[in-house]
Design a protein around this ligand. Structure first.
Ligand SMILES: Nc1ncnc2c1ncn2[C@@H]1O[C@H](COP(=O)(O)OP(=O)(O)OP(=O)(O)O)[C@@H](O)[C@H]1O
Length: 230
């Protein structure tokens, strides 16, 4: 498995307060990670920093084997990293326009957008919602549409902020079922969640933000193994 993103030191402060100071962050292509930590640990902040939505100090940033920086946020990461908010914003146009939004913004021809959107709707199991009012969708439906919207952009790094928060039963399972497919496609997926909501998918590595440090443990069906504090 190849390393997609490596940061030698990643430090985020809010005023005088150090939110996190991570000595080494390394994310592999084709791997899923859950990022846990108590309320206020900085999970969303870390995802937002990686997505270029928030500034931070970083040293030795390497993305896809190319040395780069987080500030300014580089075009190669802008094109390859997608962040999905816990409560995805739906434009009040149509479900398909919501999914195709990013492709249209990239200037892709309409016919090609329509083809990719149709395929993504099938993939996410939302084809039956084609005629629905986006503002009236359930939380689970919005999450699946947001994943379809992210998937059409073919991200190398997909950052999901509490993708199953407030979902239960079938809605939770439907969202979770989509994630291994994204990883099999070669993406690196990082999902913020709480310990109590820990997303148990096979082969998922676990990152935990605790007291501003990042701990890593390889958790899979065989159970958690070594904890590496970086
Ligand atoms: N722009 C900001 N200015 C100052 N403090 C901020 C800002 N953004 C976030 N914070 C603070 O940083 C801390 C981490 O917030 P963050 O949302 O990243 O935590 P989290 O681990 O995702 O929490 P939760 O599990 O509650 O969603 C919180 O104390 C929050 O109030």
């Amino acid at each position: 498995m190849s390393t997609l993103l490596r940061i030698a030191r990643l430090r985020k402060c809010f005023g005088e307060r150090v939110q996190f100071d991570i000595e080494r962050l390394s994310l592999d292509a084709g791997r899923a990670y859950v990022l846990t930590g108590v309320n206020g640990a900085g999970k969303s902040t870390l995802l937002r920093v990686l997505a270029g939505l928030e500034g931070a100090q970083a040293e030795g940033v390497v993305f896809d084997s190319q040395a780069t920086t987080l500030a300014p946020y580089p075009p190669l990461m802008r094109a390859a990293v997608v962040y999905v908010h816990q409560h995805p914003v739906m434009f009040s146009t149509s479900v398909s326009a919501n999914i195709g939004y990013g492709l249209v913004a990239r200037g892709m021809p309409k016919a090609q957008v329509a083809r990719l959107v149709d395929a993504a709707m099938e993939w996410a199991g939302v084809a039956h919602l084609r005629g629905s009012d986006p503002s009236r969708l359930s939380g689970g439906e919005k999450q699946r549409i947001a994943l379809a919207r992210a998937r059409v952009l073919e991200p190398r790094l997909l950052l999901l902020d509490e993708p199953t928060a407030n979902l239960d039963g079938a809605a939770r399972e439907q969202v979770l079922a989509l994630i291994p497919q994204l990883v099999r496609g070669g993406a690196c997926v990082v999902m913020a969640c709480h310990d109590r909501d820990l997303i148990a998918l096979p082969g998922v590595a676990r990152l935990k933000l605790r007291d501003g440090r990042l701990e890593r443990r390889n958790a899979d069906r065989d159970g958690p193994s070594i904890a590496l504090v970086t």
